[in-house]
Ligand binder design. Structure first.
Ligand code: PRE
Length: 280
């Protein structure tokens, strides 16, 4: 089975995929690395699996992933959260001599204290932390990069700073998915042998400028005593000011049936785009 992740090897996505495999009995895994998350998404087909970042403790939701999930025919099969920290490498001896720094797009929001303390530095955004390292290694004098802290031990450069994230306590949650749609009717007949599940989904009201629309949607979960753990709104893009809601519902083994009864009731009134349900 192919496991598509952000590469090259050594990214947090790679570490997350390996951490996920420790929790799951999947065998014959072949890692399939891609330079962007978009290419990771495109690479997953059939029974193969892929991994995308969903949320970071310091920088919040990964908008590109949510936008992708909004219209994607995918089924999430699990999630994994790993600790995340960064190191700085530079080929000059002093921070003030850095002219250009390579930083992955989501990393930038997690290392604001360092980045805003640097004056007259050009920030070059990359798609992967290991690509930041590669670009730095192929670069010129005055270059620097922010890279996964785990890579620091094997490297030697004139300037190296450990733990440069805005706080040491930091983590990123990733989702693991397959490329077939999560059909609500079909998955409602499945039963997960787990004490706790999570169900991610999008709900899109036909008109959301009516008073009480969100209150109405949330009421279904409140009445069923299903725990809402995430609520985000995303533009539907066809019209300014129209949004769909991304929700994650969690529940216990006994609540699996009530989840589907509730979602079917909601689907009679609103557009429900299920992304599956999985054990947590
Ligand atoms: O570039 C990497 O190492 C990644 O795995 C990507 C990614 C992300 O996009 O969220 C993963 C974890 C960190 O939050 C920073 C970057």
């Amino acid at each position: 089975m192919k496991f598509s992740v952000l590469g090259p090897a050594g990214t947090f996505a790679d570490a997350a995929a390996k951490a996920y495999l420790k929790t799951q009995p999947l065998s014959n895994i072949i890692f399939d690395y891609h330079p962007t998350f978009d290419q990771v998404y495109q690479a997953v087909s059939g029974e193969n699996i892929g991994l995308l970042p969903l949320e970071n403790q310091l920088d919040g939701y990964v908008s590109a992933t949510l936008q992708r999930l909004q219209s994607a025919d995918v089924t999430e099969i699990g999630e994994i959260t790993i600790p995340v920290n960064f190191g700085l490498v530079a080929n000059v001896t002093d921070l003030s001599k850095i002219k250009r720094i390579y930083v992955q797009f989501k990393t930038e929001g997690q290392c604001q204290t360092l980045l805003t303390s640097m004056r007259n530095v050009q920030i070059i955004t990359t798609s992967s932390n290991m690509i930041s390292l590669e670009k730095f290694q192929a670069g010129q004098s005055g270059d620097a990069a922010i890279i996964p802290q785990s890579q620091m031990t094997d490297l030697s450069f004139p300037l190296m700073m450990d733990n440069v994230a805005d706080q040491d306590d930091n983590s990123t949650r990733f989702i693991i998915f397959q490329s077939h749609p999560a059909d609500l009717e079909k998955i409602s007949h499945e039963h997960l042998a787990t004490d706790h599940f999570k169900a991610p989904l999008f709900i899109t009201p036909a008109f959301n400028d009516r008073p009480g629309t969100l209150y109405d949607i949330l009421g279904y979960f409140a009445k069923s005593e299903l725990n809402l753990v995430t609520l985000m709104s995303l533009p539907v893009k066809t019209q300014l000011g129209v949004y769909s809601f991304y929700l994650e519902i969690s529940g216990t083994r006994e609540q699996q049936a009530i989840l589907f009864t509730t979602l079917k009731k909601i689907a009679a009134k609103y557009r429900v785009h299920s992304l599956g349900f999985y054990a947590v």
